[in-house]
Design a protein around this ligand. Structure first.
Ligand code: GPP
Ligand code: MG
Length: 289
């Protein structure tokens, strides 16, 4: 008697891909002081970089408190970035619902809730990050409105049209943009706002530079070209309303970070990539039509 192998199509699709499993594994084990010690400053734990002019005087003064001063300054620049993103979410009411897609340890969700008093759902494929973020929401006393869940941003399972706004803060480089924006076109209410801050490679440079490839290898990500954002937004009912090149504004953050004791080893690569024109740091905000 012969047996036939089950049809491939009969196998249930995995909730997350093997690639996403490897990314989740990175974040489940990540404990970089540059993220944890900055978060400890005020309980807002971010997983993105900073913008704005740095106060270089933090490098001067007593040696024994130098680290503390640099940490506070790097955190201030990261908080300025989170605020800048929130500035582009538009008018959000207290009963509106926002989605923090790729929420990390939850800092951005807390920023949005503090500003608007709104509901925020944060999602991540890292169970460690989700647990950490829910703990933070409790500590901040906002767990009635801010909730974190283990979910794939490409297939969230949330109800159609249920969000007033969605953002990705440096997390789009982990997913295929055509799949991502199709899901957002479904999730956003008509007139809803999408915002991303992202690192993208510069189409005018050509293909990814050595530095962009090094950044990809460092974080296990796949940095998209700038053009892909606009192409996939246009394909998915997302019409850009603001595009801000933050490349020059993020360089001081990296220069200060490179001088700190918290270096992870990727600092000079970012600086070279930004300075040689192969890589750009952008905010893009779009309306769902
Ligand atoms: C920062 O997270 C963002 C990413 C890892 C995604 C890659 C971003 C690009 C702009 C290419 P983090 O705050 O956890 O990183 P780090 O540990 O280096 O501070
Ligand atoms: Mg960081």
């Amino acid at each position: 008697m012969t047996t036939t192998a089950p049809r491939v199509s009969a196998a249930p699709a995995p909730t997350i891909s093997p690639y996403q499993e490897s990314v989740a594994d990175y974040w489940n084990h990540e404990k970089n002081p540059v993220n944890l010690r900055l978060g400890e400053v005020d309980g807002f734990y971010h997983h993105h970089y900073g913008i704005g002019d740095a106060d270089w005087s933090v490098l001067d003064g007593p040696e024994d408190t130098r680290d503390e001063r640099i940490i506070a300054e790097l955190h201030r620049l990261e908080c300025a970035q989170a605020d800048f993103l929130a500035d582009h979410l538009g008018a959000v009411a207290a009963d509106d619902r926002l989605l923090d897609s790729g929420c990390g340890r939850g800092g951005g969700s807390l920023v949005a809730n503090k500003r608007f008093g709104c509901h925020v759902d944060g999602i991540s494929i890292s169970k460690t990050q989700v647990a950490f973020a829910n703990e933070q929401a409790k500590k901040h006393g906002v767990d009635d409105k801010v909730r974190f869940r283990l979910k794939n941003m490409l297939d969230t399972g949330f109800e159609t049209g249920s969000f007033r706004g969605i953002w990705n803060n440096e997390s789009t480089m982990y997913v295929d943009l055509s799949l991502l924006f199709a899901e957002y076109a479904r999730l956003l209410a008509r007139g809803g706002r999408y915002v991303t801050i992202t690192g993208c490679y510069n189409d005018t440079y050509g293909l990814p530079s050595r530095e962009v490839s090094t950044i990809n290898a460092h974080y296990i990500c796949d940095i998209h070209p700038r053009s892909a954002y606009f192409k996939e937004m246009a394909n998915n009912r997302l019409v850009p309303i603001s595009v801000v090149d933050l490349t020059a504004a993020t360089i001081p953050y990296w220069e200060l970070r490179a001088k700190s004791s918290l270096v992870t080893g990727i600092e000079d690569t970012f600086l070279t990539a930004y300075k040689n024109g192969s890589f750009q740091y952008l905010l893009i905000a779009a309306d769902r039509i």
